[in-house]
Design a protein. Structure first.
Length: 284
């Protein structure tokens, strides 16, 4: 009786092992691991060789790492140099475009006043003398430039030729304290004398008759009186009016139209139509 029970247990145990093996094989097959097990069973040396080759490839990759890093760094240097070249080329294109725009503005201005004769000049420096506000240009006596000639930029009047060499000139800015330019206000048509106030200060118009109601924002141009400057050169706009009814005249503060720190190209006006008032000052 005990023998029969033992045989029955063996049969059940065998059945359980078979069922468990079937389940295990099913799981291995679904995960793809069964192929590796079968391959190892069929050819153990092949499996070991594959494992060894994988480790060898890993070591080869590690050994090649420094060479790959050196190549990558070299490529980065090349790309940075190429980027720097492209950046400089782009800056040059922008500079050329800006210069072309300035020239167009200057020649548009020249077309508006065809009776004036002008010389184009490049600004080559700013005078560092604190006592004189001026710029230096690359045209001089040999080019027809003379002391006293007006100088203008695309946006308006710059100043007047102060000193000349054979191939360069110094231009005193209209903001210079010694500067005195006869001007006219656009809306009221009042006249006065524009005087420079020195470095860091805005010029002012003196001797404006009180009968005129000068307004902030009025355009200021040269009047042409006196013969040193042609008429209608833009100077700037009124930003402040100083008026006192107890005085005979009023004053106006002017913001120049030209940014004197960024001028690159100018016109020297070598000839223009002069407003002749000499006959009116002669004795009858």
């Amino acid at each position: 009786m005990n023998l029969g029970r033992t045989q029955q247990r063996i049969r059940w145990l065998t059945l359980a092992l078979l069922v468990g093996s079937a389940i295990l094989l099913t799981i291995l097959d679904s995960t793809g691991a069964l192929a590796g097990v079968v391959g190892f069973v069929r050819n153990p040396l092949s499996a070991i060789s594959g494992w060894t080759a994988a480790r060898t490839d890993t070591l080869a990759d590690v050994a090649a790492g420094p060479r790959n890093l050196e190549t990558a760094l070299s490529e980065i240097d090349r790309l940075q140099a190429e980027n720097e070249t492209l950046r400089k080329e782009n800056e040059q294109l922008l500079e050329d475009a800006g210069e072309a725009q300035i020239l167009r503005q200057l020649f548009d201005r020249a077309a508006e006043t065809p009776t004036y004769r002008r010389i184009t000049a490049d600004v080559i420096g700013q005078d560092t003398n604190p006592a004189l506000q001026s710029i230096l240009i690359n045209k001089g006596f040999d080019d027809g430039v003379r002391v006293g000639m007006p100088v203008e930029a695309a946006r308006g009047l710059v100043g007047q030729i102060y000193r000349v060499t054979n191939n360069a000139s110094q231009v005193a800015l209209l903001t210079e304290t010694a500067s005195a330019i006869p001007v006219r206000l656009g809306s009221t048509r009042a006249t006065g004398m524009l005087r420079g106030a020195g470095r860091g200060q805005l010029p002012t118009i003196d001797w404006i008759d009180l009968q005129y109601q000068v307004e902030v924002g009025e355009l200021v141009t040269t009047s042409g009186l006196g013969g040193n400057f042609p008429e209608n050169l833009v100077i700037g706009r009124v930003v402040e009016v100083e008026r006192n009814e107890a005085e005979l005249f009023q004053r106006a503060v002017v913001q120049p139209a030209v940014d004197f720190n960024s001028i690159e190209i100018v016109f020297v006006v070598t000839a223009f139509d002069v407003v002749d008032i000499a006959p009116f000052s002669e004795e009858p």
